[in-house]
Design a protein around this ligand. Structure first.
Ligand code: GLN
Length: 528
C-alpha cells in the first residue's frame, strides 16, 4: 500500500481540539493500519520544555527523552504508539536545521529562502518520517489557525505534499467552529465559510470539514458549509462538545468518518471501537464516587496536569468509579483541607513556591493513613517530609529550594552538576528500575523490572539512604546500579507510594498506569 497522509488544519479559533480530532481519526484507523502522528508548532522555541506549563499545558515526555507538545499525550493514548521527538516539528527546530545545513554548505551558491527552501525542508521531513517509521498512515497536525503567520510554511509544505505523493494519498481535514450566539440562537456558518475561503487561498482544498459546535449541525448549515467548500453535505461533520474527549472517535464514527476516509484514500477501513466504547460506558455509569485531591501549584490551568487527569480517567473506567477532582493550590497553605478526600496526588513541579504546602499535605496523609501518590517532585517532597518528621532531620530540604539546607536529603544529580544550558538537559525519557519483591510497587507492576519516563534534575541524596531506610522508608525500586531511588513506599500505611518517574505519561484507557490503579483501589477502600 502506498503511504497515506491525513492532514488537519484549524480555523476560526485556537483550542478547538485539532489534536483530539486527529488522534480520534488515528484511533479509528489504527485497528487496520500502522499510524503515527506529526505535530507542527509555529513557535520559535526548539521544544516546549522551556515554556511555562500554565501557558502551553503540560510538557509531554517521550521514551527517547523528547520534550514535546501535550497533544502527543492524546496521540499515544489514542493510537497506542510510542512517539519520537522528531515527530514534533517546531519552527525553532526547523530554523535550527536550516541554519546547520546552510553553514555546512548544503545550499552553496543559493539564496536560502522561506519558500522554497524552508517549505521543502518541512515537506521532506514529513516524507522522511513516514519512510523511517515504515508507517502506513501519517497524521499531520498543523498547529494554530489558518491565517497565523507562524504556520504559513507548514501550510505551504502540506499543500506541496500532494504533488509529491499524489491526490489519492492525502486527505485534508479542516476543523472549524460554528457558534450559536446568545440571543440569536441559531447556528452560524459564516466563520467556517470564511476560514475555508482562507484555506483555499493558501492552495488547500479541504476534503472533510469538522465543525465544532455545542449541538449537532442542522442540515441547512451543513449544506451551506458544504457549498462553500464544493463538498457533498456528508463530508461536513459535527465535532460536538463532549464531557469526555475519549468519546470523540465514537462521535466521528457515528457520522461515518471512516467511510469518508476509505473512499478518499481508496483503502478499506473497518474500525472496531467496541472495547473502547465499553470502557467509556463503565465510567459513564459509575457504581461509586470518590474525591481525589491534586496538590500542586499550577492548579489554575488543568492542562498543566493533563496526563494525570487522563490517568485518573482510565482508572475511573476500570474501577467504574466517578472520580471528583479537588484542586489544592499548595502555594496558599490555608487552602489545605483534606476532609471529604479519599486519596491525594502530589504531582511533579519545580522551584520553591508551594513546597511547604505540599509537605503539610503529605504529613497529613502519612499520619491519617490517607492514600497518597507522589510523582517526581512529589516523591522528593515525601522524602523531605519523612526526613523532617520521622527521621527528625530538622531543616531537611531539597537544594532546589534551599541550597544551604543542613540536611540536603534531595540534591542535584551528579550528571547535572556541570550543565548550564536549560533546554533539553534534564534526566529525560525512559529509564529502567529494579523493583524489590514483596513491595506494593512490585505487586502493582507484577514485575521486577519497570521502565517509566523521567524529567528531573534532582534525586534522593545517597548520604541519606541509610537513615531513611532505617526509619522505615522502603526503597521499592532503584536504578539498576542501585544509586538512584526510583520508587518509595511505607509499610504500615494503606498507600504511601511515590516514584521519581512520571507514570501518568504511559497510562492509557486500555492499560491504566499501575501506580494510579493502586491509588484508586486504596482510595475506594479508604472510603467504603
Ligand atoms: N524539580 C524536581 C527536579 O528537577 C522535580 C521535577 C519534576 O517534578 N518533574 O528533580
Amino acid at each position: 500500500m502506498q503511504r497515506k497522509y491525513v492532514v488537519i488544519t484549524g480555523g476560526v479559533l485556537s483550542g478547538l481540539g485539532k489534536g483530539i480530532a486527529l488522534a480520534s481519526i488515528g484511533n479509528i484507523l489504527s485497528k487496520d493500519y500502522k499510524v503515527i502522528p506529526i505535530k507542527c508548532d509555529g513557535y520559535l522555541n526548539v521544544d516546549p520544555g522551556t515554556m511555562n506549563p500554565t501557558e502551553h499545558g503540560e510538557v509531554f515526555v517521550l521514551d527517547d527523552g523528547g520534550e514535546v507538545d501535550m497533544d502527543f499525550g492524546h496521540y499515544e493514548r489514542f493510537l497506542g504508539v510510542n512517539c519520537k521527538s522528531d515527530w514534533n516539528l517546531t519552527m525553532g527546530k526547523v530554523f535550527r536545521e536550516i541554519r546547520i545545513k546552510e553553514r555546512r554548505g548544503d545550499y552553496l551558491g543559493q539564496t536560502v529562502q522561506m519558500i522554497p527552501h524552508v517549505s521543502n525542508f518541512i515537506k521532506n521531513h514529513f516524507i522522511k518520517i513516514g519512510e523511517e517509521s515504515k508507517t502506513e498512515i501519517v497524521l499531520i497536525e498543523i498547529g494554530g489557525t489558518v491565517g497565523d503567520m507562524e504556520n504559513e510554511l507548514y501550510l505551504d509544505a502540506v499543500k506541496n505534499l500532494l504533488q509529491v505523493v499524489g491526490k489519492e494519498n492525502v486527505v485534508y481535514i479542516h476543523l472549524t467552529y460554528v457558534p450559536i450566539p446568545y440571543g440569536v440562537d441559531e447556528q452560524k456558518s459564516k466563520p467556517t465559510q470564511q476560514s475555508i475561503s482562507l484555506l483555499r487561498q493558501k492552495g488547500i482544498e479541504p476534503d472533510i470539514i469538522i465543525a465544532r459546535c455545542s449541538e449537532m449541525l442542522n442540515k441547512n448549515v451543513r449544506n451551506k458549509i458544504a457549498k462553500s467548500s464544493s463538498l457533498d453535505t456528508e463530508k461536513v461533520i459535527t465535532g460536538i462538545d463532549v464531557n469526555d474527549v475519549s468519546k470523540i472517535p465514537l462521535v466521528f464514527e457515528e457520522q461515518g468518518i471512516s467511510q469518508l476516509l476509505a473512499r478518499k484514500l481508496n483503502i478499506p477501513i473497518k474500525p472496531d471501537l467496541h472495547t473502547w466504547g465499553e470502557l467509556i460506558e463503565k465510567r459513564e455509569n459509575p457504581k461509586k464516587e470518590i474525591t481525589i485531591a491534586i496538590a500542586g501549584k499550577y492548579t489554575n490551568l488543568e492542562d498543566s496536569y493533563a496526563s494525570i487527569i487522563e490517568a485518573l480517567n482510565h482508572c475511573a473506567s476500570h474501577f467504574s468509579v466517578k472520580i471528583n477532582l479537588k484542586w489544592i493550590d499548595t502555594s496558599n497553605e490555608n487552602e489545605v483541607d483534606l476532609t471529604e478526600v479519599s486519596g491525594v496526588i502530589v504531582p511533579g513541579g519545580f522551584g520553591s513556591r508551594g513546597t511547604e504546602g505540599k509537605i503539610k499535605v503529605i504529613e497529613y496523609c502519612r499520619e491519617n493513613k490517607l492514600p497518597l501518590l507522589g510523582i517526581c517532585y512529589g516523591l522528593q517532597m515525601m522524602v523531605i517530609e519523612f526526613a523532617r518528621n520521622v527521621c527528625e532531620l530538622k531543616d531537611a530540604n531539597t537544594t532546589e529550594v534551599n541550597p544551604n539546607a543542613e540536611h540536603p536529603v534531595i540534591h542535584i544529580l551528579e550528571s547535572q552538576k556541570n550543565i548550564s544550558e536549560k533546554g533539553g538537559t534534564m534526566r529525560l525519557g525512559s529509564y529502567l528500575a529494579k523493583i524489590k519483591e514483596n513491595t506494593k510497587v512490585h505487586a502493582l507492576y507484577n514485575s521486577t523490572e519497570v521502565s517509566e519516563r523521567h524529567r528531573h534534575r534532582y534525586e534522593v541524596n545517597q548520604n541519606y539512604h541509610e537513615i531513611l531506610q532505617e526509619n522505615g522508608l522502603i526503597f521499592s525500586g532503584m536504578s539498576p546500579d542501585n544509586t538512584l531511588v526510583e520508587f518509595i513506599e511505607l509499610k504500615d500505611h494503606p498507600y504511601f507510594v511515590a516514584t521519581q518517574a512520571h507514570p501518568e505519561l504511559k497510562s492509557s484507557l486500555l492499560k491504566p498506569a499501575p501506580l494510579f490503579s493502586g491509588l484508586i483501589k486504596a482510595a475506594i477502600e479508604y472510603k467504603f
